[in-house]
Write a protein that binds this ligand. Structure first.
Ligand SMILES: [Zn+2]
Length: 281
């Protein structure tokens, strides 16, 4: 046996550290508004292609409200918000899915956005929609998907190093090794991926708040949206897209922290005199 060929945990950790350093040097970008430094090794071209094909797949077989009045409002809000986001190069898409039982909205890389009609009563008016639209647009412009993929790649590297370390402990039975690896995997999911996702949600709220203000929508409505969401969910289990989000109270507190800045942007917005539509009760 050649000892130089067999990877040691120290060598694997070193390799991982070097990979992280290369990643940090190659893929450092900043998020809009918050200016947070991000490590991102996923090429945007690849991400845009995945966003495009996944969007088509996800909307296939769904009933889309393309010609309805609500669908037209969604497009208008989406266009106003995306124009303030500094990404005219994205092929933005805004679709309303006719599904009253689903309280949800999502965004794929490159600005492919869908809202479900079940969320409309919570949004209540065009400004409420503008806040959630701003939030979804922010996930795209702040490269949250790419950052998450980068993290998962790093996690995969870290898991491989741990596996090599556990595998070398010859006194453990295979069953013990498996249990140990399972526990490490779950720990990594909860401790690493989930909190980061909350960070993304908080950041999307802040960026979304700024986008809606710049697009001429009164920023105070953002807090109202979370109040209505809380009233609706009171005691019941939350919709899937909220389950990893920060608490409603926490979100309102974050928004209030940035409200003065948002109001200044709103006051400067040339679009704020536009009549807003009160909708969906
Ligand atoms: Zn979100």
């Amino acid at each position: 046996m050649n000892p130089t060929v067999r990877p040691t945990p120290a060598r694997a950790a070193l390799r991982l550290g070097l990979a992280a350093l290369v990643a940090a040097l190659v893929g450092c970008v900043r998020a809009p508004v918050t200016d947070r430094l991000q490590v991102n090794v996923v090429p945007e071209k690849l991400l845009l292609a995945v966003g495009r094909s996944t969007y088509t797949e996800m909307l296939q077989g769904q009933s889309l409200s393309t010609k309805s009045a609500d669908g037209a409002v969604l497009k208008r809000v989406g266009q106003r918000i995306s124009r303030t986001s500094g990404r005219p190069d994205y092929a933005w898409r805004f679709n309303l899915v006719d599904d009253k039982d689903t309280l949800n909205a999502w965004c794929l890389p490159g600005g492919k956005i869908a809202f479900y009609s079940g969320i409309l009563p919570v949004l209540e008016n065009e400004a409420g929609m503008a806040f959630v639209m701003g939030h979804e647009v922010a996930h795209a412009t702040a490269h949250h998907a790419a950052e998450r993929m980068t993290q998962q790649l790093a996690l995969l590297g870290g898991m491989s190093a741990l596996y090599l370390a556990v595998d070398r402990r010859t006194e453990l039975t295979d069953r013990q090794k498996n249990v140990m690896m399972g526990a490490l995997g779950v720990g990594a999911q909860v401790g690493f991926i989930l909190p980061f996702s909350r960070k993304h949600e908080k950041e999307a709220d802040i960026i979304g708040l700024m986008y809606m203000s710049r697009a001429g929508y009164p920023p105070e409505e953002s807090v109202e949206v979370w109040e209505r969401m809380e009233a609706l969910s009171g005691g019941r289990s939350l919709p899937a897209f909220l389950s990893t989000h920060p608490s409603h109270a926490q979100r309102r507190a974050n928004l209030r922290e940035w409200m003065a800045q948002a109001k200044k942007r709103y006051q400067r917005s040339a679009l704020r005199e536009d009549t807003l539509r009160a909708l969906w009760r």
